[in-house]
Design a protein around this ligand. Structure first.
Ligand code: HEM
Length: 494
């Protein structure tokens, strides 16, 4: 054999040996890791995870491997928890062991462990407690959060009227409306829907959500080091993020200049007062960097989630005009046309309440939940999840459990109604996750979804631009969030 051929042969042999070793070493079920499919070095399970139909892929893996299985996102080992029992055990029954936030490389690089959503330990505890208390106090302040939402719903009605029955894409308008509620709480004021700076901000947030959920965002999640050096649209995320930070820093500066410590106007004022109180504490979590990222957490966490839920909800109602009609009948019966809907109405509107729940269940907005992590080797069933492993509680597997919700892939408000038409509560309703790290804005989001939806349907009938039968309500993109397909609708005044 010629020397070149021998070397090539040796190299090929070495390559396959390495491939085998790497695969064997990582083979889940090996040792005490939860089982899972074979994974390739570097690629991990990337080729098996069809992002277009992630839910079905995960269901199949669950059927084969059970409620806890191991996957590799690139070279990152993650444990997936599937089904109510496993998710409940981790998030609720053993909440302390699973309370840490897991890695999201794309975001971690920008946020650097600051703020509430992506932080851990004492910092997370203190900032979360502060944010929750402050939001709650604003609810009891001069203007309640409910009043702020009602004010914004009226602006939305005006804007919708101005479409004059012409078709439009509701994405931007709903983002502005929902964002304005959080702006009113965080910055103390809402913005005009024509305000250029505000619109640019919304645009950047929308863009980042799309990028994060796109194939680029998913590649970034799988191969962060490689994507860091490659050109492509994913690099726009950092630019958008810098602009959002800049906007918030400017707001903070303006607030500092006009602050009256005896009369806080909004969330930012409260943060500044807390910073002043903790000035002498060298280890304080209330410093300038955290003021920006915590505000950004509320601003971004509170905008895209709720506005996408509303946008998806409207699309579903366009597909099912009979359901829309039944909600309108209930609105007419309980609220009438002369006053704005309020939260006290909800308990008398079981059908509408069921529709709102079914929208959130059906769309499973954050299908995999946000990642958690275990801070020590953690026994789970017959397995051990090694220290530092990222854990995904698959929320869509709970929301689409056929034992609790028959025909879970069908939109059916009956999933939340008893036979006598009263509202049926379900422990499987977990769109906001569960346990100690449950969504901090749950109360606010639920108030917004109910008030915006009922106000829209009180004032308008939604008409699709195409035949309802042709409307596809499956997600267009399914990554961090399930996003609906783009659509246009007309709103006809009632
Ligand atoms: C329909 C609307 C919303 C949905 C479906 C949603 C869903 C979620 C989910 C699944 C989590 C992860 C919780 C976990 O780690 O297990 C989360 C966390 C969070 N959400 Fe929301 N959310 C929504 C609206 C909001 C709003 C309006 C705000 C703003 C006030 C907000 C702020 C946050 C924050 C700050 C966290 C991090 C909590 C922590 O790590 O302690 N969310 N949300």
């Amino acid at each position: 054999m010629d020397p070149l051929g021998a070397i090539t042969g040796l190299l090929v042999l070495c390559f396959f040996c390495l491939l085998f070793l790497a695969t064997w070493r990582k083979r889940p079920g090996n040792g005490k890791l939860p089982p899972g499919p074979w994974s390739l070095p570097i690629l991990g399970n990337a080729l098996q995870l069809k992002t277009k139909d992630l839910t079905r892929t995960l269901n199949k893996l669950h059927e084969k491997y059970g409620p806890a299985f191991t996957l590799y996102f690139g070279s990152e080992r993650v444990v997936m928890l599937h089904g109510y029992q496993a998710v409940k055990e981790a998030l609720i029954d053993r909440g302390d062991e699973f309370v840490s936030r897991g890695k999201v490389p794309v975001i971690d690089k920008l946020i650097k462990g600051l703020g509430v959503i992506f932080s851990n330990g004492e910092q997370w505890k203190q900032l979360r407690r502060f944010a929750l208390t402050t939001l709650r106090n604003f609810g009891m302040g001069k203007k309640s959060i409910e009043e702020r939402i009602q004010e914004e719903t009226q602006c939305l009605v005006e804007k919708l009227s101005s479409t004059q029955k012409m078709p439009f894409d509701p994405t931007f308008l709903l983002s502005c409306t929902v964002s304005n509620v959080i702006c009113s709480i965080v910055f103390g004021n809402r913005y005009d829907y024509e305000d250029k700076k505000f619109l640019a901000l919304i645009d950047k947030m929308d863009d980042n959500i799309h990028l994060l959920n796109s194939q680029w965002g998913q590649l970034y999640q799988l191969f962060p080091s490689l994507m860091d050096v490659l050109p492509g649209p994913h690099n726009q995320m950092a630019i958008n993020f810098a602009a959002l930070k800049e906007f918030i820093s400017e707001e903070l500066k303006k607030h500092e200049e006009t602050l009256d410590p005896t009369s806080p106007r909004d969330f930012i004022d409260c943060f500044l007062i807390k910073m002043e109180q903790e000035k002498q504490n060298g280890k304080t979590e209330f410093h300038a960097e955290n003021s920006v990222i915590t505000t950004l957490d509320l601003f971004s966490g509170g905008t895209e989630t709720t506005s996408t839920t509303l946008r998806y909800g409207l699309l579903i109602l366009l597909k099912y005009p009979d359901i829309q009609e039944k909600v309108q009948e209930e609105i007419d019966h309980v609220i009438g046309r002369m006053r704005s809907p309020c939260m006290a109405d909800r308990s008398q509107m079981p059908y509408t309440d069921a529709v709102v729940h079914e929208i959130q269940r059906f769309i499973a907005l954050v299908p995999l939940g946000l990642p958690r992590a275990v801070s020590q080797d953690t026994p789970f069933g017959q397995y051990i999840i090694p220290k530092g492993t990222t854990v995904y509680p698959i929320l869509s597997s709970v929301l689409h459990d056929s034992n609790e919700f028959p025909n879970p892939e069908q939109f059916n408000p009956g999933h939340f109604l008893n036979e006598n038409g009263t509202f049926r509560k379900s422990n499987f309703f977990m769109p906001f996750s569960a346990g100690k790290r449950i969504c901090l804005g749950e109360g606010l989001a639920r108030m917004e979804i109910f008030l915006f939806l009922t106000t829209i349907l009180q004032n308008f009938t939604l008409k699709p631009f195409t035949d309802p039968k042709e409307i596809d309500i499956s997600p267009a993109l399914s990554g961090l969030m399930n996003l609906p397909r783009p659509y246009q609708l007309c709103v006809l005044p009632r």
